[in-house]
Write a protein that binds this ligand. Structure first.
Ligand SMILES: [Mg+2]
Length: 483
C-alpha cells in the first residue's frame, strides 16, 4: 500500500515570537523533526504544505527528501492547505496521514500503527484515540480525497470524521502527551522538559540482542577493527546475543566465519546471516521444498536456496531470485526477464545500487534489479537492508523481540534507516562509510553514535558497571579496556 504523509505546516501562530514551525525540538526546527518522524515511519512521499514564512520553513527542511507544496491561500484557512497537499500526491497513493507540525511527540511507531490498521481493515479513516477520543494525526483513504478537497474555510478532517463516525478505526494511545499540540509557550516548555531523548545508559540497558553489520563495523576490507576480539568478549560477558547480518549475498556464511577466525574470533555458523539466506528463509516460509527457482547470483545465493530444498533450474521456475553475480551476463538477465513476464515471482536479495571496488563503484545488485524492473514492469520483493526482511530473519533466529533488539552498523541509509523502520534500536559507528559531517546533515537519527566497536564495548561495560557494580566478569573486562 502507498501511504503518503501530508505535513500541514502553513499556519501563522503569533504566540511564540517566531514561526511555530521553527521552534527548536530535539536540536532541529520542529517542522524538520515532524518530517523526520514521517520519513522514518516509511510514509511516502512526505509532502510539507508551507504558507506562513514559507521560505524560512523550506530552508529548515533542506536536505530532506520532502516534497514542498506552497499554499498561497493559507490565510483562508486549513482547508486550503489540505487541498494544496492533496494536489501534489501521486495518483497511486492509497491513503494519506495528515500530520500537524506542532505535535512533535507523535512517534514513527504510532504512524506505522495507523498504516498497519489501515492495511488490515481498509477503513476510510484511521486515527489515534485517547480513551476513545479521536485526535490528529488522522489517516484518510483515497476514497475520501474528493470530499477532503471539497472542505472550505477553516474546516479540517474532523468534519469527515463526524460524517463517517461508524467506519472510523482507532489506535488507542495511553499517554495523552504523545498527541499534545503545542498551542502555547507554556505547553511548549512543559513538553520540552518532559521529552528528553533516552540516555546512552538507557539505550544500552534495553538491548539484549544485536544485529551487527560487518564491513565498516568489524573490519574494513582485510583489516580487522581495533578491539575486535574484546568486542565479542564484551557481548558474551553481557549476555547479549548477536547475529552478524550482511546484505552481501555472494558469499557463503562459512567464508565470513573463516574471516573472523583469521582475526582471532570464533563464532558459530548460526550467528552469520546473509541476505541470500534471509531470502531463502523468506521463500521457505510459504513455498514448499522442491519448488523450481531460477537463481542469479554467486555461490552464496545457490547454497542458501539449495539448503532449503529448492531446485535450481532455468526452465519453468516459479520464482526468480536475483543476487549479486560476478558472472552475470545478458543471457541470464534475458532468462530472468522472460520468467518474470510469464508470472514467476521476482525477489531481490539486496537493493545495493553500487558495489565498491578499489578503482571505484561498479553496478551492484540494485542496479540489476532496476534493469529487470524496467524491462518487465514488475517490482521485486527485496529482502536486504533497508527493507525489513533481513532484520526479521535475524530476530527470528535469535528468538528475540524487536523492543530488545538493536542494529549496529556504519551506514545511515541501510543499517540505521532500516533498523528504525523495523522498530529496532540503532547504533551507528563512525568507523565505516559515514563521516561526522554526513551524520550532522542527515535526517536519520541513530539512538546512539560511537566512534568504533572499541568505544561501544567500553561504553557498554561502563554503563552496566554503573548499574551493577559487583559483576566481577565485567570488572575484568573494564580492566582490559582500561589497558
Ligand atoms: Mg557496513
Amino acid at each position: 500500500m502507498n501511504v503518503a504523509g501530508v505535513l500541514l505546516a502553513a499556519g501563522g501562530s503569533t504566540r511564540f515570537g517566531q514561526p511555530k514551525q521553527l521552534l527548536e525540538w530535539n536540536g532541529v526546527p520542529m517542522v524538520a523533526h515532524v518530517a523526520d518522524g514521517a520519513l522514518e515511519a516509511g510514509l511516502s512521499p512526505v509532502v510539507a504544505v508551507l504558507g506562513h514564512a514559507a521560505q524560512e520553513v523550506q530552508k529548515a527542511l533542506a536536505g530532506r527528501p520532502v516534497r514542498i507544496a506552497t499554499n498561497w491561500r493559507w490565510e483562508e484557512g486549513l482547508s486550503t492547505s489540505i487541498q494544496a497537499g492533496l494536489s501534489v500526491l501521486p495518483p497511486e497513493t492509497d491513503a494519506a496521514v495528515f500530520l500537524q507540525c506542532d505535535q512533535p511527540l507523535v512517534t514513527p511507531d504510532l504512524l506505522r500503527r495507523l498504516v498497519a490498521r489501515f492495511e488490515e481493515t481498509g477503513a476510510p479513516i484511521v486515527c489515534p484515540a485517547v480513551q476513545g477520543q479521536c485526535t490528529p494525526p488522522a489517516l484518510f483513504a483515497r476514497s475520501l480525497f474528493r470530499e477532503l478537497a471539497g472542505l472550505t474555510g477553516d474546516q479540517g478532517g474532523r468534519v469527515l470524521l463526524l460524517r463517517y463516525l461508524d467506519q472510523v478505526e482507532t489506535v488507542e494511545v495511553e499517554d495523552p502527551d504523545l498527541l499534545a499540540d503545542l498551542d502555547t509557550p507554556e505547553e511548549y516548555e512543559r513538553l520540552r522538559k518532559r521529552y528528553t531523548p533516552p540516555s546512552a545508559a538507557a539505550v544500552l540497558a534495553s538491548i539484549h540482542y544485536l544485529i551487527v553489520d560487518m564491513d565498516g563495523v568489524l573490519w574494513r576490507g582485510d583489516q580487522p577493527m581495533p578491539g575486535l576480539a574484546d568486542f565479542f568478549a564484551t557481548l558474551r560477558a553481557l549476555g547479549v546475543r548477536f547475529v552478524l547480518a550482511t546484505n552481501n549475498a555472494s558469499k557463503r556464511p562459512e567464508e565470513y566465519r573463516e574471516k573472523l577466525a583469521r582475526f582471532g574470533v570464533e563464532v558459530p555458523l548460526e550467528a552469520i546471516l546473509t541476505s541470500a539466506q534471509a531470502t531463502a528463509e523468506y521463500l521457505a516460509s510459504f513455498v514448499p521444498p522442491g519448488t523450481p527457482i531460477y537463481a542469479i547470483g554467486g555461490t552464496g545465493v545457490r547454497y542458501a536456496l539449495e539448503e532449503k530444498g529448492f531446485v535450481l533450474t532455468e526452465r519453468d521456475a516459479r520464482y526468480v531470485v536475483v543476487g549479486w553475480d560476478p558472472d552475470l551476463h545478458w543471457q541470464k538477465m534475458a532468462r530472468a526477464a522472460l520468467l518474470i513476464q510469464r508470472g514467476a515471482g521476482f525477489i531481490g536479495t539486496n537493493p545495493d545500487i553500487t558495489y565498491p571496488t578499489p578503482e571505484g563503484v561498479v553496478p551492484g545488485n540494485g542496479s540489476n534489479l532496476a534493469v529487470l524492473e524496467l524491462t518487465t514492469g514488475v517490482k521485486p520483493v527485496v529482502i536486504g537492508k533497508p527493507e525489513p526482511g533481513l532484520f526479521q530473519a535475524a530476530i527470528a533466529r535469535m528468538g528475540a523481540t524487536p523492543e530488545a533488539t538493536a542494529v549496529l552498523g556504519d551506514r545511515l541509509d541501510t543499517d540505521i534507516l532500516g533498523g528504525r523502520r523495523a522498530g529496532l534500536r540503532t547504533i551507528l559507528v563512525l568507523s565505516g562509510i559515514t563521516s561526522p559531517e554526513a551524520l550532522a546533515r542527515s535526517p536519520v537519527r541513530p539512538d546512539l553514535v560511537c566512534a568504533s566497536i572499541r568505544e561501544l564495548a567500553h561504553l557498554w561495560v561502563r554503563e552496566v558497571d554503573r548499574v551493577d557494580g559487583d559483576r566481577q566478569d565485567l570488572q575484568d573486562l573494564q580492566d582490559l579496556h582500561d589497558l
